[in-house]
Design a protein around this ligand. Structure first.
Ligand SMILES: NC(=O)c1ccc[n+]([C@@H]2O[C@H](COP(=O)([O-])OP(=O)(O)OC[C@H]3O[C@@H](n4cnc5c(N)ncnc54)[C@H](OP(=O)(O)O)[C@@H]3O)[C@@H](O)[C@H]2O)c1
Length: 277
């Protein structure tokens, strides 16, 4: 399909990105060599947008990307701050301005950069005024430590409020073919020219095992996972899927999804699979 590039701020990216979360667990990667190989292969295959977070591997994910890919030639590494990980199962929002500043300083060091191209607020902390959380990020932009700011898991109302405090170039909400609770946010982002980065784009891998998707995909000579990703790329020109994988084979398969073109008939059949429309 055409229409595969997008500007995030002034940064031009290919719309099929890579989610790095699965390269590490709560702890550093068990097989560091293989994880580095996957990250490097993603770039070789043309991916120029990689999503990480300080919370992934409690810093280990950013460190791994730096080891694999620094100095990031024509590569946008987007990270996130605002979640603490006191244990593997806990993701606790922390939006206190001083914490967001410190977390960003640590991400800068781990990623080995002077400025983070895209810093996303991982979660809005309900205990802290939004103005304070975004104010902290706006301060980091003013100081040149952050180039662009994005949000994650927000409503249209929160997004509109946030835009009063800082320019927001991206939103990362949970979204895929069968989980479309954030349709309204996607439509808002599309209308406003804000990048929409759906996480769990292939539903934690569930779409890859879907017989129904496999049937339609088979008609196109594709796999179910590729069809699921292609549907996202067709859904909006602002949409940037970031499928996550620790497998070289799945990575190659997912990247190839960008070459698929779906007809109106395919899109209508896929739309019928959605629980919310
Ligand atoms: N903003 C947020 O709050 C938030 C939350 C969660 C995630 N994220 C971001 O979103 C990214 C994507 O989310 P995700 O990784 O959780 O979910 P996902 O991309 O929907 O699914 C990843 C799962 O699918 C499997 N998979 C990937 N490609 C496949 C293929 N072609 N065939 C079969 N199975 C395949 C992977 O296993 P294998 O490793 O075996 O391939 C993995 O188990 C993350 O990496 C992270 O960067 C953001």
């Amino acid at each position: 399909m055409d229409n595969l590039r997008l500007k995030i701020g002034e940064l031009d990216i290919h719309r099929l990105g890579f989610g790095a979360m699965r390269l590490t667990g709560y702890r550093p990667a068990a097989d560091r060599t293989e994880a580095i190989r996957v990250a490097r292969r993603a770039v070789e295959l043309g991916i120029d947008f990689i999503d990480t977070a300080d919370a992934y591997g409690v810093g280990a994910n950013e460190e791994l990307l730096a080891e694999a890919l620094h100095p990031y030639d024509n590569l946008l590494i987007a990270t996130k701050v605002g979640h603490t990980r006191p244990s593997p199962r806990e993701w606790i929002p922390c939006g206190r301005p001083e914490y967001l500043r410190q977390a960003t300083e640590l991400s800068l060091r781990r990623l080995r950069v002077e400025r983070i191209d895209l810093l996303q607020l991982h979660r809005v902390d309900p205990a802290v005024p939004l103005a304070d959380q975004l104010g902290a990020l706006a301060g980091l932009v003013a100081e040149g430590k952050v180039r662009h700011v994005g949000l994650s898991e927000v409503s249209v109302q929160q997004l509109q409020e946030a835009r009063r405090y800082v320019e927001v170039v991206s939103v990362q909400n949970r979204y895929n073919l069968t989980d479309r609770q954030h349709e309204e946010v996607l439509d808002y982002c599309t209308a406003e020219g804000i990048a929409f980065i759906p996480w769990v784009p292939i539903a934690h891998g569930e779409h890859a095992a879907s017989q129904l998707l496999g049937l339609i995909a088979g008609e196109l000579g594709a796999t179910a996972a590729q069809l699921s990703l292609s549907w996202l790329l067709h859904r909006s020109p602002q949409l940037v899927p970031i499928p996550g994988t620790s497998s070289l084979d799945h990575l190659e398969e997912n990247v190839a999804a960008a070459a698929l073109t779906l007809t109106e008939t395919h899109l209508a059949r896929l739309a019928a699979l959605s629980p919310s429309r």
